[in-house]
Unconditional design. Sequence first.
Length: 312
Amino acid sequence: MLGLVVINSGILSLIQDLGRYGVAQQGITQGGAMDLHAFCWANHLLANDSNAAQLELTVGLACFEALEDCQCALTGADMAATIDGQPISPWQSFLLHKGQRLQFGVAKYGLRTYLAIRGGFKVPVVLGSVSTVMREHLGGLQFGQSVAKDDILEAYAAPLLPTYSTVPCLYIPDYSTEVVLHVIEGYQAECFSLSQKNIFYQQQYQVTPASDRMGCHLQGTKIEGVISGVISQPIAIGAIQIPANGLPIILLNDRQTLGGYPILGCIARMDLCRLAQVKPNDGIQFRVMDDKSLMWYQQQWMDFSDFFSLPF
């Protein structure tokens, strides 16, 4: 059988694809890979379909053994991966021989690593996607569970590629740099005074340990709005919700589909990839986008979507 066996599942290892779309009206979230930049490059390195299933490793400490010779790719945070004890760097494809073990440590910078296999992992499709959403018990190998010790991760049969690839240095992020997220303000930004918005944009927030795939929780000076709640509304990915305690939450892939707190704005889609790599206690700052920078970000997203043939 072509694929991997889980020797150690690590802190949190989830099967993900691009996400589960078209079901929000049923209260089902999109899920999907948190860091689209890293995810898409991993599939690209192996000439996989852009939606081919991968493993999203959070924090690290996982270990896998090859059932047969297979080609794999690593992108995202450098978790000090080794093959039978020999170091291997991320952002490249490589050959894993039958019986060899791919072991991960913990990343110094960044939070998530993506492990792709040539052909993609063979996982049951649920509502159009294999993405794991644990709180909804959907996707993954079964019932939205993370992968566990002794699980078999079968891969689709695909011919081995004749060459191995590395992501160009220009497209490899530096996760040690300061995190600055650009905000597209929405109509509910009017719920906050200019002085309160100045506080929001001028301070550095700290990511709290409560953060997860549902939302990034921030600690800092509280923001007060003229209202504390709104009629429940659909929530876009990257929405910055200001709950009653005044501490922002950036809603992410596994977010609820409706919410009743004011939304100051949304994070630019390309910046969400960087946000996916922040760790607890990391600092975050925000910048409001003007028309010129908005057009630039829109073009960046269009170019990214076209290059990787994304279906959305």
